[in-house]
Each structure stands twice: as C-alpha cells, then as structure tokens.
Design a protein around this ligand. Sequence first.
Ligand code: ATP
Length: 357
Amino acid sequence: MGPHPAVAAIRLVVRRVLHDILDEHTRNPGEHSRSPVGPAGPGRIPEAPREREPAPLVLVACSGGADSMALASALAFEAPRLGVRAGGVTVDHGLQAGSDLRAAEVTLRLRGLGLDPVESVAVTVGRDGGPEAAARDARYVALDAAAERHGAAAVLLGHTRDDQAETVLLGLARGSGIRSLSGMAAVSGAAGRYRRPFLRLDRQTARKACMVQSLPVWDDPHNTDPAYTRSRLRHEGLPALEKALGKGVVEALARTAQLSRDDADALDAWAGRAEAGVRDADGRLECAGLHALPPAVRRRVLRRAAIDAGAPAGSLFARHIEEIDRLITGWRGQGAINLPGRVVVRRQGGRLVIRQG
Ligand SMILES: Nc1ncnc2c1ncn2[C@@H]1O[C@H](COP(=O)(O)OP(=O)(O)OP(=O)(O)O)[C@@H](O)[C@H]1O
C-alpha cells in the first residue's frame, strides 16, 4: 500500500524541488557546495575536483508548526533517495516564555526524522516595522547565517497556498501595485537560496500529512492572536471572503500572485531598458523622455533612480513616487522633493536631478 495521498502530495513537491537543486548543483558544482564557512587564506584547500564534490546540503527552516514539520518529514524521506544531505534549523525568536524549550524540542523532532545537521538559533527581535516584520527580518538574517555556516545549497520554507493568498490580500490592502500582489516567489534570496515547495499546496494537506504520520506539531499562539493582522485575515477575513465568493477564492488569489509576478517582471525589464534611453550623458533623467513613457514604466524608472541614489527600498512608498511623477506630468515649477534616506529630487532645465544631500 502506498503512502496516504497527503503524504504522497508533499513528497512529490519536495522531490521536484530537490531535483531542481540537484540540477543546478550539477551545472554549477562550486557555487552551492562550498564547504562550511571557515578560515580563508593561503592555507585554504583548493576546490575539490568535480567527482569528489560533496552531496549538496538542503536545510529546512522549521518552526515546529504543521507546515514546516510536514516539509521536514518529506525532506527527510526524499533527500537520501536522491543523494542529497538534509538538515534543519529552527529559530527561537524569544518572544514567548519557554520559547527556548520549544526550540530545543523542535531540534529533537528534526533529529528524530534523521536530519543532520540540526541547529536551534536564538535571535533578538527588533522593533522596526511592527512585531511580525521585525520577527521575520531577524529570522531571515539567522537563516542566511545558518545557510552560510553549513554551506547549504538551499533552505526550504513551508509557506503554503493559503499563506500566499493572505500575502496577496495584504498587498491589495496596501494599494501598492502588482509587485506586492505577486506575493512570495517559489525561489528567492541570494543565489535562489530560499525555496517554497508548498506554495501550490493547501495548508490542510500539510496538516493531514502530519496527522497520518503522527508527527507532533506546535501551534504558534501568534497564529490565532487577533492582535496580528495576518491572524485576523486567516481566521476572519478569508473565511468571510470564501463565504461571499466561494471556496475557490484561495486558489484564485494564489493564481493572481503568479500572474502578477510575471507582469511585474516584464514591466521591470521594460523599465530597465527605458531608463537607459532617458538618461543624459551626466546620468540625469530627461523629463520629456520620461513623459513619453507609459505611467507604469515611468514610475518604475523613478523608483529605481531613487533607490540608486540611496533611498531605502523599504521606506519608499507609492506616494513618494507619485510626488516625483508630478515633477514630470504636473510641472508647475514646484520645489525639491525630500525622500527617505536624505535623497532630494529636483527638476532643473528639463532634467531630474536625484541625489543624496
Ligand atoms: N521559528 C522559526 N524557525 C524556523 N523557520 C521558521 C520559523 N517560523 C517560520 N519559519 C519558516 O517560515 C515558514 C512560514 O512561517 P509562518 O509562521 O509565516 O507560517 P506558518 O503557516 O505558521 O508555518 P508553520 O506551520 O510551518 O509554522 C515556515 O513554514 C517555516 O519554514
């Protein structure tokens, strides 16, 4: 008898991602399989010949919740069959009493699945951008460092189709364009480090896979705490939408993410080409050329130029770009515009001067 359909489904998507990672590893053997970070210098051992390349290591980022436990179990099952090493990392955000004990328990469970290396990393969560964003930032810094330390080819994350739908709705509510509607990418991070094999899988399948394999899971109290936006969306917003619009709404939102991502990528590429055409010899942007561009392309050119000048991407909002845009489309001799990161934009002689100052 084969595995339960939920278990078969999670293994299949993980197998596919591992195949991708292996393919990339074979094509660029040095890139992902460097040895764990150690002392560099003259005594450094030269790169091993291709046939002695160690098997790539794939880590799972595991909170102990159902999604990432299901992911860990599928990784532990599939990796040895494909000649991949599999390990796990859990991050202790230190936000609840006893979080260190929970992290220790997660590491035991991961080891119990046969993963090695397994590590628990404690982080200090700052305050920037609200508690959810601060915890996420700290987590990714820790995961990046763990991946470097272990020389991992990839880190798997357990985001599901339901998480994707929530992300799209959050982007829609911010009103900031199709890039934020495109949700989370299946592959992201430096050199495509982060992989999200469950993005097309529903949360129920992950839960079911844990249940039938008798995997104990930890339910993060934050996930049900109405103080958190995502939790309200998960428990009130999406069910209300499903009631009003029908059961397919989660799938439709996830599809919106994929379509938006393709559109946003195409517009970004267009903006890259357009930018070269509107820069003068001194690198300033010509207003007439900008005016002739479609607004979606022009706004992207302006955003890139502001970021290139030193404005932090995370603090640059649609209203900032609209204000710069008015120097082009609504020019009445207005003064300079101040952007985050002490970047100043002014129009001079039919050109935009964007600089830090
Ligand atoms: N404390 C943590 N340590 C390691 N990885 C984490 C941690 N928290 C989240 N992750 C990773 O990020 C993914 C998304 O987490 P998030 O909390 O947004 O969603 P979730 O649906 O609650 O996931 P899960 O059921 O796995 O906790 C997780 O599946 C996991 O891969």
